[in-house]
Write a new protein. Structure first.
Length: 201
């Protein structure tokens, strides 16, 4: 074979080999592109899924937070309304005429007196009405109930707007109107809330 023929054969073989390599490279590039595309799609789906889950979590948190805030605000409104109701009840009690007010105090004193020798500190409200005649009346009723009838007004004083403080030895019982209303509120809170709102606070 002549040199020219050998060179032509080499060139032909090289061209053939190049074509094979080119086709192989093109195939590999296509495969790589397909793999990259598939991987990108998987990552995109994963990102979208994660984003969706995160968005749902954030939305659920926002809903829970909004509901909680709504319940807190609703509770505050209800508590304010109930507070207004009891404040009105307190103010109405303060407006009682002297006879009714003294009747209420007498009722409380007779109920709390255990022995009949307790001492009492009256508040500022109608203080002048709680005189010896009032105490004598209390003592007569205590005696009729089998108690000592030695009830008396204490020489000590306390900063008290209304009601009284009953002294039993070393024990002092606060029976101010403020305290009575507070106790009444605690006792009737659920019932009043049901009447006003139809459900528990």
């Amino acid at each position: 074979m002549s040199v020219e023929n050998i060179i032509k054969k080499i060139e032909a073989d090289a061209e053939g080999e190049c074509k094979v390599l080119k086709d192989r490279v093109a195939l590999e590039i296509k495969q790589i592109q397909e793999q990259a595309k598939n991987q990108a799609e998987k990552e995109r789906e994963s990102i979208l899924k994660h984003a969706k889950e995160q968005a749902e979590k954030n939305m659920n948190k926002a809903i829970v937070s909004a509901n909680l805030e709504c319940r807190i605000k609703s509770l505050k409104v209800k508590q304010n309304i109930i507070s207004i109701c009891f404040e009105k009840a307190y103010n109405e009690t303060l407006k009682l005429p002297p006879s009714d007010y003294l009747g209420l105090m007498e009722l409380k004193l007779l109920k709390l007196a255990e022995i009949g020798d307790e001492k009492v500190i009256f508040g500022d409200r109608y203080r002048e009405k709680f005189n010896s005649d009032f105490i004598n009346q209390i003592n007569k009723k205590l005696v009729s109930r089998g108690k000592k009838g030695k009830f008396c007004i204490s020489n000590t004083s306390r900063p008290l707007k209304s009601g009284f403080i009953l002294i039993k030895g070393k024990q002092e019982i606060n029976v101010s109107l403020e305290q009575l209303i507070k106790m009444l509120r605690h006792k009737l809170l659920i019932k009043i809330n049901n009447v006003l709102f139809g459900q528990h606070v």
